[in-house]
Design a protein around this ligand. Structure first.
Ligand code: GLU
Length: 335
């Protein structure tokens, strides 16, 4: 599909509205209460320090584009952003290089394979295919402006801080734990260089990627970050423009088919929202023009998605009418 074919066609936007603040607040509390007893799944342990997380932690946050804030449970408990960083770094890369360039280098399709797969690269002549798996995310990190790895890291930290509306910092313990054990990611970096898909020192790029995954956030932060994408790129809490509305649309479109690992299709089918999850247990879902819902709880399903967070966001998507594919007759049927 050649996007230049739509040049000069005005981009119109059509979305609905959230119910009033009190109703959203009630539903957030209801979702927290309803799924707090859910105990299926297991805490991630392939990054050793993540195994120490308290499995009972459970936070939910909704931020409305109009500025309404809803926090429930452990919404202010810090955890590492992990893979959720990929969507925001992707947005920064598109903001810098434009839609077409990033699409050509990183791709926009689902690989159908695990997030840390080397086979996916081998099967596609080294093309990452998908910015939300590690190969595509490492290639995306390489695109971030900065003459040195330290400058790239600072661009990412500042960029994600603007999405969150506060200065984010890295959790040094999480970083060290992953840096000592991330042989697969280093292998992916080298394979990308081997295929001519990555410029620069792959270990340095993977190190920046490892830092971005170790950024410490709360569920509340994730909801503000997501709400910035729902609000055409303007942070609804600080009022700062972080990225353009076009960058938001591109980022959300990719998430719709890739955000929940190998369960992305199932998620879209059941919940109907662009979302991204990370192995520390966070998920953020974005409802364009309305706001974002985030949830956090460390027990994961076999694909790496927090069980309680999926349930909480699923509940909110349904009850708040966020599913992008849901429709109702224009003229109400007479009963
Ligand atoms: N830092 C993790 C990795 O690269 C992120 C994984 C995830 O959250 O999916 O393996």
């Amino acid at each position: 599909m050649d996007p230049t074919r739509f040049q000069n066609v005005p981009q119109e936007v059509s979305t609905g509205r959230l119910p009033g603040w009190h109703r959203v607040e009630e539903l957030v509390r209801q979702a927290h209460e309803r799924y707090a007893e859910e105990s299926s799944g297991a805490v991630a342990d392939y990054i050793p320090i993540l195994a120490q997380a308290d499995p009972e932690l459970f936070g939910i946050a909704v931020i409305e584009v109009a500025g309404g804030v809803h926090d429930a449970g452990d919404a202010l408990h810090p955890f590492s952003i992990q893979s959720i960083s990929k969507m925001f770094v992707y947005a920064l890369a598109i903001a810098e290089h434009g839609h077409a360039h990033v699409r050509d280098i990183v791709g926009v399709n689902n690989t159908g394979l695990a997030f840390n797969s080397l086979m996916a690269l081998e099967l596609n002549a080294g093309h990452p295919m998908n910015p939300m798996v590690n190969a595509g995310a490492i290639a995306t990190t390489a695109l971030v402006p900065g003459a040195t790895p330290a400058e790239k890291w600072e661009t990412i930290r500042q960029g994600l801080s603007a999405f969150a509306g506060r200065q984010l910092s890295m959790d040094g313990e999480v970083y060290r734990s992953e840096a000592e054990t991330n042989d697969r990611n280093r292998a992916i970096g080298r394979l990308l260089v081997g295929y001519g898909r990555l410029e620069g020192d792959p270990d340095e790029i993977v190190d920046v990627y490892t830092r971005q995954c170790a950024l410490s956030v709360t569920t509340h932060d994730l909801a503000v970050m997501g709400a910035t994408l729902a609000d055409g790129g303007v942070n609804p809490v600080t009022g700062e423009r972080v990225v353009s509305a076009d960058v938001c649309r591109d980022t959300l479109a990719v998430l719709a088919s890739t955000g929940l690992y190998e369960r992305s299709g199932e998620w879209l089918f059941e919940i109907g929202l662009p979302a991204k999850s990370g192995v520390a247990g966070g998920i953020v879902a974005v409802s364009p023009g309305k706001g974002a819902a985030a949830a956090f709880s460390p027990r994961l399903d076999s694909a790496g998605n927090s069980v309680r967070a999926q349930l909480a966001i699923g509940h909110l998507s349904r009850a708040l009418g966020l599913n992008l594919f849901a429709s109702a007759p224009h003229v109400q049927e007479l009963s």
